[in-house]
Design a protein around this ligand. Structure first.
Ligand code: ADP
Length: 189
């Protein structure tokens, strides 16, 4: 299956993605991780991305698309994948659709993990990550609302969106994620 997980920063995507890749037995494609890796390795892409990431802004679509296009060609992605942090804009979603179509593939379903903003801020203050200063975090939430939230409608109109309440224990949330996967499987038949 080819699944996309969408949620604001701090929604708990990381935890649910780990469980989901185990459950689905597909590779986990996180563009945030690919970008942090590129920065660590000081590649040209990493150098270009870092100033955007430091400010909580999205890196240019073409750069991210390049990373994803290369990764999707790997053999282990034939049977499916879990996309995390990509697509993040309508433009990226359209580019992904084109890319998959050319390889006779498609997105099977999109899960929206939703968490109220007060809770996101509370969680952010409780954890530590280098790009998590309150200002940068606020910028990432803003960018989610402005650029990524419209994507939900894009997939809703295609009948591919399932909402998952991101409040509660990780186990409870994962139960809901599995229900969403069942809905995608039913739709596929
Ligand atoms: P979060 O979901 O918590 O913001 P990620 O690890 O997914 O964290 O992303 C971290 C940063 O990497 C983003 O703030 C953005 O700068 C960059 N990034 C990740 N994925 C994309 C993408 N698809 N398009 C543009 N920028 C991205």
């Amino acid at each position: 299956m080819r699944i996309i997980l969408i949620g604001p920063p701090g929604a708990g995507k990381g935890t649910q993605c780990q469980r989901l890749v185990n459950f689905l037995q597909v590779p986990h494609l996180s563009t945030g991780e690919m970008l942090r890796d590129a920065i660590k390795k000081k590649t040209a892409e990493g150098k270009e991305a870092s100033s955007f990431m430091e400010n909580g802004q999205l890196v240019p679509d073409q750069l991210v698309l390049g990373l994803v296009t290369r990764r999707l060609k790997d053999q282990d992605c034939r049977k499916g994948c879990l996309l995390d942090g990509f697509p993040r804009t309508i433009n990226q979603a359209e580019m992904l659709d084109d890319l998959l179509e050319r390889q006779a593939m498609s997105v099977d379903g999109v899960i929206e993990l939703s968490v109220p903003q007060e809770e996101l801020v509370r969680r952010m203050l409780a954890r530590k990550r280098e790009d998590d200063s309150p200002e940068v975090f606020a910028q990432r939430i803003e960018s989610f609302k402005r650029q990524t939230a419209p994507l939900l409608e894009y997939y809703e109109l295609k009948g591919k969106l399932e909402h998952v309440d991101g409040l509660g224990s990780a186990d409870d949330i994962f139960d809901r994620v599995r229900q969403a996967i069942r809905a995608f499987r039913r739709a596929k038949r």
